[in-house]
Design a protein around this ligand. Structure first.
Ligand SMILES: Nc1ncnc2c1ncn2[C@@H]1O[C@H](COP(=O)(O)OP(=O)(O)OP(=O)(O)O)[C@@H](O)[C@H]1O
Ligand SMILES: [Mg+2]
Length: 167
């Protein structure tokens, strides 16, 4: 039996601005096929982080990045990468994910960012970067990163290498 590698790391920020820096750094590193799963309470900062990830991937500032509340998913075109932004909060049945053709969406130019990932995490590739957002104060957040697979471990390694200043 092959054992998939795992890797963990925690990033601490003290403002939305710093969340922006962290998210943009992650967005710059994303590649097609990557899956980023965001977890954390209401208002933890999942959408704020997603927006920064999209900016880092080259989605222009003029393009609004908000929770896809009524549509389940939004697509944003970045430099070379397309970001597929899912929010599972209102999804009542994981089988609905099959209906939206998740596998077809994940083509050779698309990465996934999923809010409320834990609700239906089984529907996604086991190789993913999970980010648990912990609110430490009004503006403070811990981002607990956990990579479970070869490509997400590489992504996390790259992020750690460049993670000294978060701008
Ligand atoms: N360090 C921080 N990082 C992210 N957001 C922060 C931070 N400090 C304060 N905030 C504020 O917290 C709120 C986070 O809202 P956001 O919509 O991103 O949360 P969410 O996790 O997506 O919520 P929901 O569960 O409703 O989808 C925003 O108003 C944001 O300005
Ligand atoms: Mg949200």
């Amino acid at each position: 039996m092959e054992i998939e590698p795992t890797s963990s790391h925690t990033v601490t920020v003290s403002s939305s601005k710093e969340t922006g820096g962290f998210g943009r750094a992650l967005g710059r590193l994303l590649a097609p096929g990557d899956v980023v799963g965001l977890c954390g309470d209401l208002g933890a900062g999942k959408t704020t982080l997603t927006r920064a990830i999209a900016r880092g991937a080259g989605v222009p500032a003029a393009v609004p990045v908000n929770s896809p509340t009524f549509t389940i998913l939004n697509l944003y075109d970045g430099r070379q990468l397309r970001i597929c932004h899912l929010d599972l909060y209102r999804l009542s049945d994981g089988r609905d994910l099959e209906g939206i053709g998740l596998q077809d969406l994940l083509d050779e130019r698309t990465a996934l960012v999923v809010e409320w990932f834990d609700l239906f995490s089984d529907a996604f590739d086991s190789d993913h970067l999970r980010i648990q957002i912990e609110r430490t104060s009004d503006q403070g957040r811990h981002f607990h990163l956990h990579a479970t697979g070869e490509s997400s471990c590489e992504l996390l390694e790259e992020l750690r290498k460049g993670s000294a200043p978060v701008e």
